[in-house]
Design a protein around this ligand. Structure first.
Ligand SMILES: [Zn+2]
Length: 244
C-alpha cells in the first residue's frame, strides 16, 4: 500500500513537473525566441495559452450547502477547499485564474427570492466574462446506493473542446482512484451552466459523499492535495493541447 502511495506521488510529481515545464516554455517566449509566441510568429493573440483564463467554480456556497454527508460534511466546504488548491497550482504554473467564489457565499442578486437561479446566472456570467475563458466547476456527488464511487466529469455540449477537456480530467482521475472506469457525460439542461455556456465548460463531480471510503478520502488533506494536483495537471494538459 505504501509502495503504491509513493509511486502515485512520483507519478504526480513527474506529471506536474513536465506540465509546468511545458507551460513555462509556451508562456515565456524569452526561453525560446523561435517559439510560436515570439513577436512576428504566425499566431493570433487570441487563442494563445497565455491568454487562457481558467474560471474555477466551487459549487454551491452560503445557504446552499449542496449535498450533505451522513456525518454532517457539507459539499460546499469540500468544493471550496479543493477549488482553492487547484487555483493555487494553476497560478503557480503561470495560468490566469478567476474564482467564482473564494468564500462561503452564494452569488447573484436575488431580488424576488429566486436565489439559486440568481446564483447560477451569476456563475454563468463570470464563466463567459472573457472569450478565452475555460470554465471548470467543482462538485461532490451523492447517491442512495452507498457503493457508488469515483470521479465523474460532465461537459458542455456546446463546444467540442469541452468534451476533450472532460476526457483529460476523467482519464487523469485513474491516477488516484484505481479502478475508476467512469465515462464522461454530456450535460443535459439539468446542469444549468454547462447547458448554456458558450465557452469550453466542464463540471467535475469529484467523488461520492454517500460512499464512506470516498467521503473519508475527500475530507483528508493529503488526498485533497493529490486530487487538486491531478485536476490542475489535467486542466493544464487540456489547455495546452487546445492552444498549441
Ligand atoms: Zn453540487
Amino acid at each position: 500500500m505504501k509502495a503504491i502511495k509513493v509511486s502515485v506521488q512520483i507519478f504526480l510529481f513527474t506529471l506536474v513537473f513536465t506540465l509546468v515545464g511545458v507551460g513555462l516554455y509556451l508562456l515565456f517566449p524569452a526561453f525560446h525566441p523561435g517559439g510560436f509566441l515570439y513577436p512576428g510568429a504566425a499566431f493570433s493573440a487570441s487563442g494563445a495559452v497565455s491568454d487562457t483564463v481558467i474560471v474555477l467554480d466551487a459549487g454551491h456556497g452560503g445557504m446552499d450547502g449542496g449535498a450533505l454527508a451522513s456525518d454532517g460534511t457539507m459539499e460546499k466546504d469540500l468544493n471550496l477547499a479543493l477549488t482553492l488548491q487547484v487555483g493555487q497550482i494553476l497560478k503557480y504554473s503561470g495560468f490566469q485564474v478567476i474564482l467564482t467564489r473564494s468564500d462561503d457565499v452564494m452569488l447573484g442578486d436575488a431580488n424576488g427570492g429566486k436565489k439559486k437561479q440568481a446564483d447560477l446566472a451569476e456563475r454563468l456570467r463570470i464563466a463567459e466574462s472573457g472569450e478565452d475563458n475555460v470554465f471548470v466547476s467543482i462538485h461532490m456527488n451523492k447517491f442512495p446506493d452507498a457503493r457508488c464511487k469515483g470521479l465523474q466529469v460532465y461537459y458542455s455540449p456546446n463546444d467540442p473542446a469541452s468534451e476533450r477537456l472532460a476526457e483529460k480530467v476523467q482519464q487523469a482521475a485513474a491516477a488516484i482512484q484505481a479502478g475508476n472506469k467512469r465515462k464522461i457525460k454530456p450535460a443535459t439542461s439539468a446542469i444549468y451552466i454547462l447547458h448554456r455556456a458558450k465557452v469550453p465548460a466542464v463540471l467535475i463531480e469529484c467523488g461520492f459523499l454517500s460512499n464512506a471510503e470516498e467521503l473519508s478520502n475527500l475530507k483528508n488533506q493529503e488526498y485533497q492535495k493529490e486530487l487538486a494536483t491531478v485536476i490542475a495537471a489535467a486542466i493544464m494538459d487540456g489547455v495546452i493541447n487546445e492552444r498549441t
